[in-house]
Design a protein around this ligand. Structure first.
Ligand SMILES: Cc1cc2nc3c(=O)[nH]c(=O)nc-3n(C[C@H](O)[C@H](O)[C@H](O)COP(=O)(O)OP(=O)(O)OC[C@H]3O[C@@H](n4cnc5c(N)ncnc54)[C@H](O)[C@@H]3O)c2cc1C
Length: 515
């Protein structure tokens, strides 16, 4: 019986789920249909695992249903950073500024309260957290886009109240970042003997005559199978970066993503909408800068290792101070439409650089993401040979290869060089310390896109992670956690989604069992 075949596996991906023994073969589903559970969790990623662990810790019977052939979701391939709290009341104030009116205070308060407890929860579940060493922005590891040590938006009050970023240390050789976090969660699923059924895509939520959600339906080749959930269904299906229709509807155009394609399909949005859920934060995303590459469904995050570069639009115009662009906020600058023509002249944009920058290091940021095992060459030569990066002896020739106007590109680079040579700050305010003339041939250029790290939208939920209708009343029996219907609106502080997986997973399970 085949329920749902994985649609895509990255050639560079080696997801590891071998250490877990509670997997139920898909054939076991028919037997499961005769059983019922207190809680059914839809989605076997980080938030789903936390919800299931919390439910089991509270004595409930719980089943996780995962669409793909291995669990872990995008959590397993993520950066793994979790935010600590330095000053809880001020952290709430900061989040209220970032939400810009689109998330109620009660939700932010519940999040920060839960986040304060997270280190203790991790500790009680056999793990630990260690502070991530902050990178120094001018370390030449990555000068674009930058990662700020604190909140991505320190201009709003309370940015310091969000604490440092922390990581679960590796529990197995070579398993860092999100993989280490996932391993800790998987060990607890194993310890608690929580069943997890794989290759099982939930296609519908079932409701009783009072519109209470009472189970899930899984489509199989032999017809639908219903699994009952007596206390509640928790949706933790992740995001929708690969659903072109949702992307076009809410962001204006489909964008590449660093997520695992078959895991960010937007199922959760449709499942919840189908039973009357309100949606929120649908045009919010954590968004970096990256490459869309032939033959790879997932993109690769771009980085510049040296200051001799500019970012230009399709008319060869610079449009920002490149070295101030924050790693999660590229969507604002790069999806702006031209107000006269309506065109997306910055999607793609182009990075233009010279030989010194090319030699300074890799032009890709690959510690995590769907293609994290792609062996990008240290001097970028392989990617140049592949045609992903164009090379030319002159800027005019480079403009031709990239489809840009020759004169416009040359004059843009000359203006940039002149600012640096004369030590006059340019009109975008780029620091002179973060500039270098682009003057050492050959010259290079590559198309770069706003690249989705994760979407934030989905069913609206309250402070107890109950999924709400448009009139604000909870849909009985339905709860949500994680990236699907996240509390984050368009301004994202960084390291906030995994924190939310941990906090909201716990809250959703607690609510389901006490409602
Ligand atoms: C490269 C990268 C780096 C990141 N770094 C960080 C970071 O450092 N800090 C941070 O806070 N955030 C980070 N994020 C974001 C964060 O990792 C995600 O938001 C988070 O992992 C989402 O967890 P989740 O449990 O909600 O979803 P996921 O972990 O994606 O799990 C969802 C699961 O649901 C399954 N599913 C979907 N539909 C169905 C269905 N119909 N039936 C059954 N199963 C279904 C999917 O297959 C998937 O396995 C990063 C993301 C990426 C991609």
């Amino acid at each position: 019986m085949t329920i749902s075949e994985g649609r895509w596996v990255s050639p560079f991906d080696i997801e590891d789920s071998t250490s877990y023994s509670n997997y139920l073969p898909v054939e076991g589903l028919t037997a499961l249909a005769r059983e019922s559970f207190d809680i059914v969790v839809v989605g076997g990623g980080g938030a789903g695992a936390v919800a299931a662990i919390e439910a089991a810790d509270r004595g409930a019977s719980v089943l996780i249903v995962e669409a793909m052939a291995s669990p872990g979701g995008n959590t397993q391939i993520s950066g793994g950073t979790i935010r600590l709290v330095a000053d809880a009341p001020m952290a709430v104030e900061h989040l209220m500024h970032l939400a810009q009116g689109a998330t109620p205070r009660a939700v932010m308060e519940a999040f920060i309260t839960g986040l304060v407890e997270i280190e203790g929860w991790i500790d009680a579940h056999g793990g630990s957290l260690e502070i991530r060493p902050e990178k120094v922005d001018d370390s030449h590891d990555r000068v674009f886009p930058i990662s700020r040590p604190g909140s991505s938006f320190p201009n709003y009050p309370g940015g310091d109240a969000l604490g440092r970023r922390a990581l679960v240390p590796p529990r197995r050789e070579g398993r860092h970042n999100g993989a280490a976090l996932w391993d800790l969660l998987a060990e607890n699923l194993e310890r608690l003997k929580i069943p997890l059924v794989l290759n099982a895509r939930v296609s519908r939520l079932s409701t009783d005559e009072h519109r209470r959600v009472n189970g899930v339906e899984i489509t199989t080749n032999e017809g639908p199978i219903h699994i009952a959930a007596n206390r509640g269904v928790i949706l933790t299906c992740g995001g929708f970066a690969y659903d072109d229709a949702l992307m076009t509807q809410y962001y204006g155009l489909p964008l590449p993503s660093v997520c695992l394609p078959a895991r960010a399909t937007g199922d959760g949005v449709r499942l919840a909408a189908d039973v009357g859920a309100d949606l929120w934060h649908m045009n919010a995303a954590a968004c970096s800068v990256g490459y869309r590459l032939p033959g790879l469904e997932a993109g690769i995050q771009a980085k510049m290792p040296d200051y001799g570069f500019v970012l230009v639009d399709q008319n060869s115009r610079r449009y920002l101070s490149e070295t101030d662009l924050e790693n999660h906020s590229a969507i604002f600058a790069m999806t702006a439409q031209d107000s006269i023509t309506g065109e997306y002249l910055r999607t793609p944009s182009f990075v233009i650089f010279d030989e010194q920058t090319r030699r300074a290091g890799t032009l890709a940021h690959l510690p995590h993401g769907a293609n994290r095992h792609y062996p990008w060459s240290a001097d970028n030569s392989v990617e140049i040979d592949r045609g992903w990066i164009q090379r030319a002896e002159t800027l005019d020739e480079l403009a031709g290869l990239l489809g840009l106007g020759e004169a416009a590109l040359t004059s843009c680079v000359s203006e940039f060089n002149q600012s640096f040579d004369q030590q006059v700050t340019d009109r975008f305010g780029r620091s002179l310390n973060a500039m270098r003339s682009i003057n050492q041939p050959p010259f290079y250029g590559a198309a770069v896109y706003p690249i989705i790290v994760n979407t934030q939208g989905g069913p609206r939920r309250d402070e107890a992670c109950r999924i709400l209708r448009p009139d604000g009343t909870p849909i009985s029996g339905l709860f949500g956690a994680g990236e699907l219907g996240s509390l984050w609106n368009r301004l994202y502080a960084g390291a906030g989604n995994l924190s939310e997986c941990l906090v909201s997973g716990r809250l959703a399970a607690k609510s389901a069992l006490t409602n």
